[in-house]
Design a protein around this ligand. Structure first.
Ligand code: ADP
Ligand code: MG
Length: 626
């Protein structure tokens, strides 16, 4: 018998594919099962449209038969089968898709789709087999044919006998080697788990003979083994079920079945979209931060299915980084399955789905803020940080998406509030959205800089995380209102008349402040009379873009180039201490130097900054105690 060569580029492609396209060999089974499912789809479609074909649902199934002794794995289906010409056409040429042709000829309505539009799927059989044999009998054909190939060398076709319509793929499984234990593809348990993993939701039953045990007749503790035909796949995917058929419990079970997390999700989202792109999706927002969430090992992504067949475990293209906590699955009939199903990055449909999902998650979170504040806060405490990073990332490209989802602790409400809530409560004379940064709510509450703003009755947002101020700098404004740190020089507050310094006063204090500045040198940019202090003697404020809080964060980073905030030392001229300063300035310069350094260090401590020379600081304190 003549061995025919694979057409044209096929040889090279075959090589390429076997060695590189598919990273996991086990997917051969998914490919062959999905072909079988397609073939049954086709006969199903014919039966639906042709009265001469009787269609009995039970007659349509896929059967997997491993034989360890002979190292043979069979995949049988009762699908439409292939004629001699079809065997040549479909299996003789790589990258030629029979499914695609069928689609054109029959003008299949949308929604009755057949997966696999540009397949080399069949060839994945060579990932695990030395020899692949296909025995097929086509619908309305008398003869069956046997196609056989050992891979690159080519293939043979000859007539053979087969009783019923359908296709049997016979794989001669490769010998166990160092790089792969091929034996496992003959093991029922492994096969079952591969089917469960990738093909659980194939619409037709996938059957397998499984070993089972039962009590021996008449015995109470003696068991005997027997073989039982079992349907391995569960067939109806939960995401294709009608929402009102499903209970919350079903969604939570699925979450656990899928090992998305040990917690219960804060929210599940089930959507069916029928538009420019069609898909079903079930998405979850977890309650707890996964243990590896902030490590490099954590992989974001959703499971991706094409019409019930899993094509990707974690499709990261479906989620932006700031929603990396979202778990779930997406199933679409619209994905064009190019050469490898593992290379979908540039797919237009996929990008559309990703965009929809992003908006869906955003809107659901927004609704949650209104409808179930408690749950939103649980979520926000776990993943809020991620949202704030999202604002900061990519030059603020996504700030519009995220600005309504972030929350900060409020001085007024004593709990987390949204920016929208803050702005809607702003007083008429209030120009800015005020915030104060610090390590914790407790520490911020004690910051001298907050005194004046709070006295005025304005609300302050407390920033306690590293990322907060960076995110806000990126946001710049919310609903036309600018953000303002209480530590910044100009607070935009109408000056208190009592605090207004008269010309004489300014003149009188000028010398003192200049001398203090000289003592502190580069440590501060200026020393001045404070307009914001009420009870505290001193504080630090800053000029320019870099705040003191940001300096702290930047200091922890490598290559920070010693970035520093421009600090201003503000002195409360109504405070007792001020008199002492004045006095020292006139009578005792050494004392002035001592006081100035002490005050500066105090201000640093209050800010949560470290003092450059703690020994000197304690010595200074001892000096004034003498
Ligand atoms: P794809 O499935 O993407 O079209 P494949 O390489 O997986 O590509 O399969 C090539 C073609 O071979 C299919 O389109 C189909 O026409 C045919 N084929 C493969 N397996 C079967 C089968 N079990 N029954 C009928 N036809 C099949
Ligand atoms: Mg295929």
């Amino acid at each position: 018998m003549e061995t025919k060569q694979f057409k044209a580029e096929s040889k090279r492609l075959l090589d390429l594919m076997i060695n590189s396209i598919y990273t996991h060999r086990e997917i051969f089974l998914r490919e062959l099962i999905s072909n079988s499912s397609d073939a049954i789809d086709k006969i199903y479609y014919k039966a639906l449209t042709d009265d001469s074909i009787t269609f009995n649902k039970e007659d349509y199934y896929i059967k997997i038969i491993p034989n360890k002794e002979e190292r043979i794995l069979e995949i049988r289906d009762t699908g439409i089968g292939m004629t001699k010409e079809e065997l040549e056409e479909n299996l003789g040429v790589i990258a030629k898709s029979g499914s695609l042709n069928f689609k054109k000829e029959e003008k299949i309505e949308d929604g009755h789709d057949i997966i696999g539009q540009f397949g080399v799927g069949f060839y994945s059989a060579f990932l695990v087999a030395d020899t692949v044999t296909v025995i097929s009998k086509a619908l309305e054909s008398d003869t069956a044919y046997k196609w056989e190939s050992k891979g690159k060398e080519g293939y043979t076709i000859e007539p053979c006998s087969k009783d019923s319509v359908g296709t049997t793929i016979i794989l001669k499984i490769k010998e166990k080697s160092e790089e792969e234990d091929y034996d496992k593809y003959l093991d029922e348990i492994t096969l079952k788990s591969i089917i469960k993993k990738y093909s659980d939701f194939i619409r037709y039953p996938i059957k397998m003979n499984m070993k089972n045990r039962k009590l021996k007749e008449g015995s109470k503790d003696e068991y005997e083994e027997f073989i039982e035909e079992k349907v391995v796949n569960s067939r109806v995917p939960i995401w294709k079920k009608n929402k009102n058929e499903l209970k919350e419990e079903d969604y939570i079970n699925f979450y656990h079945d899928k090992h998305y997390g040990f917690d219960n999700p804060v929210k599940y989202i089930h959507t069916s979209v029928d538009g420019a792109v069609c898909y079903n999706a079930i998405l979850y927002i977890p309650e707890n931060v996964p243990f590896d969430f902030y490590t490099k090992e954590y992989e974001k992504g959703l499971e991706l299915y094409s019409n019930g067949v899993m094509i990707m475990n974690k499709c990261k293209e479906l989620l932006p980084d700031y929603f990396s906590f979202v778990k779930g699955i997406v199933d679409s009939e619209d994905l064009s399955l190019n050469i490898s199903r593992e290379v979908l990055q540039h797919d237009r449909q996929l990008r559309l789905i990703a965009k929809n999902i992003k908006n869906k998650v955003k809107n659901e979170l927004k609704t949650l803020i209104k409808k179930d504040r408690e749950k939103y806060e649980i979520f926000y405490k776990a993943f809020g940080r991620q949202l704030k990073y999202g604002i900061y990332e990519n030059y603020g490209q996504e700030k519009e998406t995220l600005q309504d989802l972030i929350m900060f602790y409020s001085s007024k409400e004593k709990k987390l509030v949204t920016l929208d809530e803050y702005v809607s409560r702003m007083r008429e004379d209030q120009k800015y959205i005020y915030y104060a940064s610090g390590e914790s709510v407790d520490r911020i509450e004690k910051l001298p800089q907050t005194e004046m703003v709070l006295d005025k009755g304005y609300e302050i947002l407390y920033f306690t995380e590293d990322v907060d101020e960076f995110a806000i700098k990126m946001l710049m404004k919310y609903k036309e209102k600018e953000f303002k740190s209480v530590s910044s020089g100009d607070l935009g507050i109408e000056d208190d008349k009592s605090k207004e310094e008269s010309k004489e006063e300014i003149e009188a204090n000028k010398e003192l402040f200049e001398e203090m500045k000289n003592i502190l040198k580069d440590k501060v940019k200026e020393v001045k009379a404070s307009k914001i202090l009420k009870k505290h003697p001193v504080c630090l404020t800053n000029e320019g873009e870099i705040s003191i809080e940001m300096e702290k964060v930047l200091k922890q980073m490598p290559n920070n180039n010693g970035v520093k905030a421009d600090k201003v030392l503000e002195i409360n001229t109504d405070h007792e201490v001020f008199k002492a300063l004045k006095n020292a300035c006139e009578n005792d310069k050494e004392k002035l130097s001592l006081y100035t350094n002490l005050l500066y260090n105090q201000a640093l401590l209050v800010e949560g900054l470290s003092i450059e020379d703690p020994v000197e600081f304690t010595n200074d304190i001892c000096k004034i105690m003498k």
